[in-house]
Design a protein around this ligand. Sequence first.
Ligand code: AMP
Length: 411
Amino acid sequence: MSFKDLHLIKPLLKAVAASGYAEPTLVQQRTIPFVLDKKDVIVSAQTGTGKTAAFALPILQQLYDKQDAPKKGKKIRALIISPTRELAIQIQQNFKTYAEFTNLKSLVVFGGASIEPQIDMLKNGVDILVATPGRLLDLHKQDYINLDYVETFVLDEADLMLAMGFIDDVKKIDRLCPEKKQTLLFSATIPYKIEELANTILKDPERIDVTPTKSVAKDVSQVLYYVPKQSKIELCLHLMRNTIEGNVLIFRRTKYGVDKLEETLSKNGFAVNSIHGDKPQSERQNALNKFKNGYVKILIATDVAARGIDINELDNVLNFDMPNVAETYIHRIGRTGRAGNTGKAYAMCSADEKSYVKTIQNAINVQIPVETEHPYPLDPKAQPVVHKRQGSKYKKGRKSEASKKKKKRWY
Ligand code: AMP
């Protein structure tokens, strides 16, 4: 199938060709016709599947068809909300690229950055607004945003929206838009709570599922290192010095872990940047740009900060902490090996994370090859530290109340 078969108009076909896309991806093939048909859709697709263009192209087409608004005084006719700033910026960049041969205007507003420039740009009028929920509501409250003319409302990464506690904001935003509108919901997974949300805000939606869930891209080769928890940093340095070639995105579970690893790698002479939710937006964007442009080869991130970020040509992913959810592992390593490139996914597993490996392997139905030739091997008999602490002694109440309290503080 070609983009032409999807009945896209010439200015969009031109932009798609300029982007170097030969044919529509599966999610585009299945979603675009419904969106052009003005249907509500609920799409389960992950980042990397081409889902942004799956909504951006048909939205641009619909707005272009009725492009009678004067240049000034444009009204917001498409609203896209996204849980993270980076993702919002990326979506708007996509709109800008695909709208190159139209005079449709898009804008992104997000929190953590000065509000005044965003207000100034809004005053100039815009057709498509991409926003994070908090900043959108803030600007609306201050009367800088009018949602009365929204024809299409897109909720991207809905499951992450839920995880980040934005669901009430999403419902509020939905109510601020006209009742008669088209709503498109995209989510990597569709848990019950998302179903519930979809039932409240979508009307008779078409369901599209393109998740190759539980499967890992063929072009990613995986390798697992068993290592004592306290030696993970040493092993990480060893891999950086001897094994990992090219750029690497390192995942850590916590913001504190990200900062700590960044400090250690820097001290050891590596040029490294990091992103997580506590960093100012400008710093995060800067770190990301430097990594994307190849000035810095190592980027450390939490899952939330890195979610949805599109990095072309990522050579390696390193799971410094083993994720306890299989989907997270699949998301993480799916960052590399994109668009026909080969990628490598490293994972470091300590004794207390062994059960996570089992869960992941069951989910992906693949045994991750183990590399034993390294200087910091884990004793195969090593037991998870956490289980030892929660052992019978504690449960049987042999410890004093004071020591119980002390222990609780550990967790
Ligand atoms: P997304 O899932 O929207 O984050 O897109 C992932 C990547 O795929 C982005 O770098 C897009 O530019 C790219 N992409 C989107 N559609 C296509 C296509 N039809 N062919 C090739 N690449 C595409």
